[in-house]
Design a protein around this ligand. Structure first.
Ligand SMILES: Cc1cc2nc3c(=O)[nH]c(=O)nc-3n(C[C@H](O)[C@H](O)[C@H](O)COP(=O)(O)OP(=O)(O)OC[C@H]3O[C@@H](n4cnc5c(N)ncnc54)[C@H](O)[C@@H]3O)c2cc1C
Length: 379
């Protein structure tokens, strides 16, 4: 089997297939977790809260166990159990259904009133008196780029193969015998999985050109004041503010990289090959205004790093995990839509079940469910 794309989806798919005894070749054009891939960032949140979308809550829980197993097997520290705090407004349907789902599936949570939030996190201004917090104490951060490299090393240790090569878009119908690399080599396999993240629309323009939309996303890191512990775990968890239409979320200072701040709203359309990866001056101004408002001790904190990455959005944010409609031994895995990283292990389980044992498709992940108009419902 050949898996094209060594991001969170492809690496875990290759790993899972190899663990099931298949011979596997994983291929990436620039290397596992490289800086332009969606999985190549410093850190990614793993949380269980997903509104009423229990399917993702369950996938995240299963995946966290597998990420932890990976840490244990490899002896690498790839997960920081910082806790994840949702800040929500009472009566907001998405936040209320998040709480109900987490309670129903027995994910440990702690509910904090606005005064309790203010008392526990004095470094952060609570949105307003009508807000409350849902703390997932067992969730946290994956150190993304390193985690992908660790999955690939573990794959190789298990007898899987990895190569760096650019695969050309396949064409035709029926059974695909081989793919060709940019330098003219042929790679044959019985099954091909394309997990090319934001490059999927370029790989399959006819079927995905109007089904997956990469958007520009910016992430900024600010250094906390010297000697200050209040911006590191356990004093500060990862936080996501659902009370604010700008969609702010942030990380505590992890591994000395600074406090990460971003806004979870779709940016402009973005080309993963040629898009400009310098952060815009307006974003820095917006971030500083937010810090002054909500984390005032960081108001003048030095901007130490930034990243411009891309989401690869499906119409509503549901993943794409399905067979190619015309190439009978080709599978597609992508559409992470700004929340896919954490789910790599569960995505791999799902697709391996379909390929190896003919398990039923999840209707939400099917190509036929992908609309041609963007209307996000999954966060
Ligand atoms: C700013 C930002 C913040 C995010 N925050 C979170 C978060 O907190 N939690 C979370 O769970 N998710 C988050 N996400 C989403 C998550 O990072 C992505 O959904 C996930 O990483 C997608 O993984 P992937 O494997 O599908 O794609 P990618 O990681 O992009 O991997 C695809 C790979 O395919 C390779 N490829 C493409 N074309 C070819 C070719 N022709 N030949 C060979 N190889 C090829 C590429 O080189 C690339 O390495 C965030 C995303 C961004 C951008």
């Amino acid at each position: 089997m050949a898996v094209i794309g060594a991001g969170s989806f492809g690496s875990w798919i290759a790993w899972r297939m190899r663990s099931a005894g298949r011979s596997v070749l994983l291929i990436d054009a620039w290397g596992a977790g490289h800086s332009r891939s969606s999985s190549g960032g410093e850190s990614r949140i793993i949380r269980m809260g997903y509104g009423g979308d229990e399917i993702y809550t369950r996938m995240a829980r299963r995946s966290l166990a597998e990420w932890k197993d990976l840490c244990e097997r490899t002896g690498e520290s790839l997960f920081h159990c910082t806790g994840v705090l949702w800040m929500a407004r009472s009566g907001d349907p998405y936040s209320e259904s998040t709480r109900r789902t987490l309670e129903r599936v027995n994910v440990p949570i702690e509910i904090l009133s606005a005064p309790e939030l203010a008392e526990r996190y004095p470094q952060m201004r609570v949105p307003d008196s009508g807000s409350f917090g849902i703390l997932e104490p067992e969730s946290g951060a994956l150190i993304a780029r390193r985690a992908i490299a660790a999955v690939v090393r573990d794959l190789i240790r298990r007898g899987g193969e990895y190569i760096t090569a650019a695969v050309m878009p396949p064409s035709g119908r029926g059974r695909l015998g081989f793919v060709e690399t940019r330098d003219g080599k042929r790679i044959s396999a019985d099954t091909f999985v394309f997990a090319c993240g934001p490059w999927l629309p370029k790989m399959f323009p006819d079927i995905l050109g109007e089904r997956i939309w990469p958007t520009r996303q910016e992430v900024l890191f600010f250094a906390p004041p010297a000697g200050e512990r209040r911006f590191s775990p356990p004093e500060l968890p990862i936080w996501i503010d659902f009370t604010d239409p700008r969609g702010p979320y942030g990380f505590p200072d992890l591994e000395g990289r600074g406090c990460k701040l971003a806004f979870d709203r779709h940016g402009a359309p973005f080309d993963p090959d040629s898009g400009d990866r310098a952060v815009s001056a307006e974003s820095v101004v917006e971030a500083r205004a937010f810090l002054a408002e909500r984390l005032p001790l960081l108001r003048d904190a030095p901007l130490t790093e930034f990243r411009v990455c891309q989401y690869e959005n499906t119409s509503n944010g549901d993943f794409l995990i399905d067979a190619h409609p015309e190439l009978t031994n080709v599978w597609l895995a992508g559409g992470g839509s700004g929340h896919g990283f954490k789910h790599g292990p569960a995505v791999a389980s799902h697709i391996s079940g379909r390929i190896l044992s003919g398990a039923a498709a999840e209707p939400r992940f099917c190509l036929s469910a992908k609309g041609a108009v963007q209307s996000r419902t999954v966060y």
